[in-house]
Design a protein around this ligand. Structure first.
Ligand code: NAI
Length: 251
């Protein structure tokens, strides 16, 4: 129950999906959680539900692709808490299209959120993570950063970059007591994957190749994030935890 007692945690893109489940679990484990999302109303609602239960949560509208939003977020946390113990760099999008038909605008948006946004969060959170003395930065990568699948080439490129960033930052941030790790989920049932998982033939073929014979849930990923967020992972940095990773069995 108290694995994150007295910790301050930020989860980006936490009004829905994996981010929401992670924020809810962190709050239940005693953290004061910052629920931030480009969907500000949904973030407010999620935070209100937690505070109504006596848990600690704050909400802010933050589009990670906008530098001024991220600056305002870090300033607010600095003023209120002077530190950040955990950052889950989760906000991400997908643009599903054959690579050869992808527009410049599609790629720019993908890059602005999945790469520029995540890199900005990883950089701008540094002073507050350092102030924690036991900071933990958790990046949402993906199995798609390591395996190929039609319509997911550009998305996979952003996620592969997050894996590379994780390894580099793990080395650079370690002297400051900050652990940097990544989660690389396979298919998790959220709004991001809803459309493709509704295609029965695809869904069945994927399940046949998935070791656990079911898709992952947001709660599965949240539990893995909880381990990296907690002091139990105090020695681990630069690791990438795969969640189910069904595609591995396919290849
Ligand atoms: P989701 O679509 O269910 O939720 C994403 C949340 O991020 C939404 O609340 C959305 O409003 C928010 N968001 C989108 N753009 C934003 C921005 N510019 N700034 C702030 N918030 C923004 O997605 P899901 O599935 O929960 O994915 C979360 C992360 O996990 C993403 O980085 C995704 O790439 C990664 N992931 C997801 C997998 C899956 O199968 N669902 C598998 C592997 C990785």
């Amino acid at each position: 129950m108290d694995r994150l007692k007295d910790k301050i945690a930020l989860v980006t893109g936490s009004a829905a999906g994996i981010g929401l489940a992670t924020a809810q679990l962190f709050a239940a484990e005693g953290a004061h959680v910052y629920i931030t999302d480009v969907a500000g109303d949904a973030a407010e609602k999620a935070a209100a539900e937690l505070t109504a239960k006596g848990l600690k949560a704050s909400a802010m509208t933050v589009d990670v692709s906008r530098g001024q939003d991220v600056t305002a977020l870090m300033r607010a946390i600095e003023q209120q808490h002077k530190k950040l113990d955990v950052v889950v760099n989760n906000a991400g999008i997908n643009v599903r299209t054959d690579f050869r038909n992808m527009s410049d605008a599609d790629w720019v948006r993908l890059r602005e959120v999945n790469l520029d946004g995540m890199i900005r969060i990883a950089r701008d959170a540094f002073p507050l993570l350092k102030a924690s003395g036991r900071g933990s930065l958790i990046n949402l990568a993906s199995i798609m950063g390591h395996r190929g699948m039609r319509t997911l080439a550009a998305y996979g490129a952003t996620k592969g970059a997050m894996s590379a960033l994780t390894r580099g930052l793990a080395v650079e941030y370690a002297p400051f007591g900050i652990r940097v790790n990544a989660l690389a989920p396979g298919f998790i049932e959220t709004a991001l994957t809803e459309r493709v998982l509704r295609i029965e033939a695809f869904s069945k073929a994927l399940l046949d190749r998935t070791p656990m014979r079911r898709f992952g849930t947001s709660e599965d990923v949240a539990n893995a994030a909880l381990f990296f967020a907690s002091d139990e992972s105090g020695y681990i940095t630069g690791a990438e935890l795969a969640i189910d990773g069904g595609m591995q069995a396919a290849l």
